[in-house]
Design a protein around this ligand. Structure first.
Ligand SMILES: [Zn+2]
Length: 299
């Protein structure tokens, strides 16, 4: 049995994983107090959540074979640099190894989610795949010939930080006009709540998708169309670069399966002049939805 940790921009999710099965999860959102000293808050929250998970399931730490962490941002030699979390060179791997005396592996969250979808999920029958994780930010991974592409120097595949708009909105990474500033679920929520003049802090992704977008359909249509327009450009660029057999959306965007927003996006991508090689593109969502990070962290 393994422990998978999904470190997100706004919360930590921890799960007990056996092969590709998620047996149980616990999670916690960061408080504003946590953000003042985020490194210690991450360690403290992980410790509390692991204790809670083990107690709840009557399992001892001795029965855990390893801990895997899916982290946003760049992960180099177990150290995390994440603009979303506001940390630089945080050696979480050594700290967890020291504390639990277990094998600990940390990998970029987009890659963790992509791996589980490639081995067990929506991309398992394909060799050439692009996985785009859309949530608080945008990350991802690509497989060619069934092999995960991994650069030597950094994590790479920073899909979210491709420049989409010259001199556009400033990003947490310091660049301007990054893809994720226009096409993350956070960006979509900000745009919609600004238009409706409502406070977005307590609005869940599900409420946004199933209530607000339906109830205020006409008022927010321009925001949704703009989101789709930008997302189409980013996805089509990736299709032209990798020429995948399948594109899979992970993160909270995976819950848009069957939603008019995703249906419209697919229709736009498949228009003749959207991609270089034209034709139909197979586009799907993550089978493991938001759990892909926790499960993938243990692979
Ligand atoms: Zn950026």
């Amino acid at each position: 049995m393994k422990i998978g940790i999904d470190l997100g921009g706004s919360h930590i999710g921890i799960g007990l994983v056996e092969n590709e099965n998620l047996l149980d999860t616990v999670d916690k959102f960061f408080s504003s107090e946590d953000r003042k000293d985020i490194e210690n808050a991450i360690l403290r929250n992980i410790d509390e959540l692991i204790n809670e998970l083990l107690n709840k399931n009557n399992i001892r730490l001795e029965n855990i074979e390893k801990i895997g962490v899916a982290s946003p941002g760049t992960v180099t030699n177990g150290k995390i640099t994440s603009w979303n979390l506001g940390i630089q060179n945080f050696d979480l791997q050594s700290k967890l190894k020291e504390k639990y005396n277990l094998d600990v592996k940390i990998r970029n969250d987009g890659k963790c989610a992509a791996l589980v979808e490639k081995i067990y999920g929506s991309m398992k029958d394909y060799d050439d795949c692009v996985f785009i994780n859309i949530g608080t930010g945008i990350g991802g991974a690509a497989f060619l010939g069934g092999k995960l592409l991994e650069p030597k120097k950094y994590s790479g595949f920073e899909f979210g930080h491709m420049t989409l708009v010259k001199d556009g909105i400033e990003c947490t990474c310091g660049k301007k006009g990054c893809f994720e500033r226009y096409c993350s679920i956070k960006a979509l929520k900000n745009r919609i709540t600004n238009t409706l003049h409502i406070d977005g802090s307590d609005i869940s992704g599900q409420y946004l998708r199933e209530q607000i977008m339906v109830q205020y359909h006409d008022e927010v249509q321009d925001d949704i169309n703009e989101f789709i327009d930008y997302l189409k450009i980013g996805v089509c660029n990736l299709i032209d670069i990798f020429e995948p057999e399948i594109v899979c959306f992970g993160g909270s965007f995976s819950y848009y399966e069957g939603h008019p927003v995703l249906n419209k996006l697919i229709e736009e991508i498949n228009k003749p002049n959207s991609t270089f090689n034209r034709g139909e593109h197979k586009i799907t969502t993550a089978y493991f939805k938001n759990d892909a990070g926790i499960i993938g962290a243990t692979l």
